[in-house]
Design a protein around this ligand. Structure first.
Ligand SMILES: [Zn+2]
Length: 164
C-alpha cells in the first residue's frame, strides 16, 4: 500500500487502518502479514510538513533451522514510527546540514515521488527483527556443539564447559 502525501488534505487522517498482505519479497509468509497504521501531518518549523506514520505489524514466517534444515515458524510482531517529508524539503534540509539548524536530518525520511510505501517499511523492519540463525530446538544446537568437539579431540572436561 502506497500513501500519496500530496493527496493528504487538511485534517484528513489515516486513522487506525488495517490491511493484510499475502506475499512479501525475501520472506516466506506462513499466514498473511497483518498491518495497522495511522498517519498524521504536522507542521514543523524549519522543516515544513512532516508526515508521521505509526505502524504495528504481526506475521508468521517460515524459516529453516540452520542445523538440520527443518522448517520452523517464527512469530514476529512489533511497532515503530517513521517521519517523512517531501523531496523538496528533504533536499533543502540536507543542504542545511552545516548551518545552525538543530534538526537532525536523520530523523526524517524522504517520501520519494511523494509516496510512503507502508509495506516496504514493514518489510525492512521485519528483516531487522528476523532471527538470522534460527534453530528448531535447543537440543538441535546442543548436538552440533558436541559433534564439533568430538572431532577436534578436545578434552572432555572442556567440552562440558563449552556446553554451558
Ligand atoms: Zn534443527
Amino acid at each position: 500500500m502506497k500513501l500519496k502525501i500530496y493527496d493528504f488534505k487538511g485534517d484528513q487522517n489515516y486513522n487506525n487502518i488495517n490491511f493484510e498482505v499475502e506475499k512479501i519479497d525475501d520472506l516466506d509468509l506462513k499466514s498473511p502479514l497483518k498491518i495497522n497504521f495511522s498517519l498524521k501531518r504536522a507542521f514543523v518549523e524549519e522543516v515544513g510538513d512532516v508526515f508521521e506514520i505509526n505502524i504495528r505489524y504481526s506475521c508468521q514466517i517460515k524459516v529453516e533451522c540452520v542445523r538440520c534444515l527443518k522448517v520452523i515458524i517464527q512469530n514476529l510482531s512489533g511497532d515503530f514510527e517513521s517521519k517523512f517529508i517531501d523531496s523538496k524539503n528533504y533536499k533543502r534540509l540536507t543542504k542545511q546540514l552545516d548551518s545552525e539548524i538543530e534538526i537532525e536530518p536523520d530523523l526524517f525520511e524522504e517520501a520519494h515521488d511523494g509516496e510512503i510505501d507502508v509495506v516496504e517499511l514493514v518489510r525492512e523492519q521485519i528483516l531487522l527483527e528476523v532471527n538470522l540463525y534460527p534453530v528448531c530446538s535447543v537440543s538441535c544446537e546442543d548436538d552440533s556443539e558436541i559433534e564439533k568437539y568430538k572431532d577436534n579431540g578436545i578434552d572432555q572436561r572442556w567440552a562440558k564447559l563449552l556446553e554451558l
